[in-house]
Design a protein. Structure first.
Lengths: 292, 333
């Protein structure tokens, strides 16, 4: 009884104390570090001292991990480590590119809808729900199987367009939460233009939600690339991608399990880090939200 | 300046919302005037239309399903029917507003100083440095201790009363002539309420502006307003100088509101006085006086015909009642 009272008082005190920073934790920064490492690998793959991911060395096929071939080689004697690093380019390009499309169109539309309401909102929301009604994965597969020859750009466009309604829905919901608050009305009666209210008042409030959804979106696209590759709908071989590599490993899983393990591990760690960061950021911002 | 001596002239203002169950006259024909450097109190129960009235005067209403007729002249600017773009020229600079809940009327992710100097830079065309200096000045004016350091804090780091002070500072940034305060103390502790009201009073004097104080608490308006409007069901039922309304009110509803204020002198455990019945349903207003069903003095005519605002003895004092309280009986000490 008395101890809970004390706790309560302490919380009250903490509330009044200004400028206290919350910590995100070591694991968070490890995850960030891992992602940064992945990005550096993807960007500088050409310059890094890696083997040619396409060079087939028939002297060493299906080799296990060794000093020379860190993660071993595949059935054509290609270096798996080099292929994973180069393969991350496809995953990262596909996810960033499609999210650029998804957020570039979905986010402004969502904010505008939530702010303006009325007819504009009704029409755009209706269109988005029609798009949402298509099962996104099946629609993506269908479009990609007919739209040949396949290229990374086409995958980005198709996945990006498919993500627009999802982004729209999340951003619209988050904006609605704020657009009805008094500070928006207050800005309005201070003479702020609609543009100003959207950019200065609403965007900074919606951004945390947007960022955590962006991370989830990136993770989803990375998985989706894997799924598409599994169906043979990702970039054409011999270009390495994580999905392609896992797909290729299936046929020789018994003779060379390493071939499946490393790309899967790479994808798994990448996704884990993304999700963890997204989660962490969300709770980080939600807590401060609760104190308002 | 214009040829209007009055800062604000409201004529037969009506705000009607279109609802699925029919038109809802939230404000049903309100007329009054407000001079410069005057404080006007608008009192009434929840749902009496005082908030909608104050928002309509600002020109703030939903984009759809609302019809506003009548006239609101603010320094010669006709608010009714003006586009948002036109209204933007008076918003902030001629008229500003402070809100009920200081928790939601500040942007949670913007430093409080920024929220003030944004307005100064955009609306007054000040440069960064001048705006910051002025923002700190305004923070000091509204009684924020060590304003220069508080300039950079976020709203969540301040208490409710401090936040309301910041809200007032943002409202003052455009040096408006008219400040609309919609229940500015409702969300605050009683001890803070008086501070905020005193602050409003002092900034009103310093900046030579007029204040419209919307509240349901007669105690709030008693000492700080020069005139009072009592609203019921979207209409003015009594209007007059604060002194007259408190001392010589004629409308039974005003009396009922005054009686509902708990008095310290009452013996302990005495029952709180309440007004019997409920506020009327605006969708289905009686043909007569809207207060008649709850009024102890109601007669037949009250239920048939709506009383009009009749002038009382003192000029400027008017009331809408068929059976006004006798002057002597209305005396309240």
């Amino acid at each position: 009884m008395s101890s809970s009272l004390i706790v309560h008082e302490m919380v009250e005190e903490a509330h009044d104390r200004p400028a206290r920073k919350k910590k995100l934790g070591v694991l968070f920064w490890i995850c960030v570090g891992w992602l940064v490492l992945n990005f550096i690998g993807a960007i500088f793959a050409n310059v890094l001292p890696l083997e040619d991911p396409l060079f087939q060395n028939y002297a060493v096929v299906n080799a296990g991990p060794s000093l020379h071939h860190l993660f071993g080689t595949d059935d054509l004697g290609r270096d798996i480590f080099a292929r994973i690093v180069f393969g991350s380019r496809v995953s990262i390009e596909a996810s960033l590119g499609s999210m650029l499309i998804g957020f570039g169109i979905g986010a402004p539309l969502g904010m505008l809808s939530a702010y303006r309401r009325g007819k504009f909102d009704s029409v755009v929301t209706a269109v988005m729900y029609v798009l949402l009604a298509f099962p996104a994965i099946i629609a993506t597969i269908a479009v990609l199987s007919f739209w040949t020859p396949r290229s990374l750009l086409k995958i980005i466009i198709v996945v990006g367009v498919a993500s627009i309604p999802l982004v729209y829905r999340v951003i619209r919901g988050a904006t609605l939460n704020y657009s009805t608050r008094d500070f928006v009305v207050a800005a309005k009666v201070q003479g702020a233009t609609d543009r100003r209210i959207l950019m200065k008042e609403l965007l900074p409030n919606v951004a945390p939600v947007g960022v955590s959804f962006l991370l989830i979106g990136i993770a989803t696209v990375v998985t989706l690339e894997g799924a598409l590759a599994f169906l043979g709908l990702s970039v054409n071989p011999p270009t390495p991608s994580w999905g392609n590599m896992i797909n290729e490993s299936i046929s020789i899983l018994q003779t060379n399990p390493w071939l499946a393990v490393f790309p899967s591990l790479a994808m798994c760690l990448f996704l884990l880090c993304l999700n963890f960061i997204g989660d962490r950021l969300r709770s980080h911002f939600e807590v401060s939200e609760g104190k308002i | 300046m214009t040829d209007h001596p009055k800062l604000l002239v409201v004529k037969d203002l009506r705000t009607t919302f279109a609802t699925p169950s029919g038109p809802l006259p939230a404000v049903g024909g309100v007329s009054f005037e407000l001079g410069t450097n005057e404080t006007l109190g608008i009192v009434g129960e929840s749902g009496s239309g005082k908030t909608v009235l104050s928002r309509t005067i600002m020109g703030l209403q939903p984009r759809r399903n609302v019809e506003v007729t009548g006239s609101v002249l603010l320094k010669g600017f006709e608010v009714v029917g003006a586009s948002e773009k036109e209204k933007r020229s008076i918003w902030g600079l001629e008229v500003a507003m402070i809100f009920q809940d200081p928790m939601t009327s500040l942007n949670p992710v913007m430093r409080i100083g920024k929220q003030i100097d944004e307005i100064l830079r955009v609306r007054q065309g000040m440069d960064r440095r001048a705006a910051k200096a002025r923002a700190v000045e305004l923070l000091e004016l509204v009684g924020i201790p060590s304003p220069a350091e508080r300039y950079g804090v976020f709203p969540r780091e301040l208490s409710g009363g401090m936040r309301q002070r910041v809200v007032i500072a943002t409202a003052l940034a455009g040096s408006p002539q008219l400040l609309m305060a919609d229940e500015p103390t409702t969300g605050l502790d009683v001890t803070i309420q008086a501070q905020i009201l005193n602050l409003l009073d002092s900034v009103k004097e310093q900046m030579k502006m007029s204040v419209v104080l919307v509240t349901h608490d007669l105690g709030v308006v008693a000492t700080r307003t020069s005139r009072i409007i009592v609203m019921y069901a979207g209409r003015i039922v009594e209007i007059g100088s604060t002194r007259e309304v408190f001392r010589r009110h004629r409308m039974p509803y005003t009396r009922a509101l005054l009686d509902a204020i708990p008095k310290v002198s009452n013996p302990s455990h005495s029952r709180l006085v309440a007004i019997p019945g409920r506020p009327p349903n605006l969708l289905d207003l009686p043909t007569g006086c809207a207060f008649a069903p709850r009024c102890a003095y109601a007669t037949d005519i009250c239920r048939v015909q709506r009383p009009r605002l009749e002038p009382a003895e003192e000029s400027g004092h008017a009331f809408a009642c068929w059976n006004p309280l006798p002057v002597a009986e209305g005396a309240l000490t």
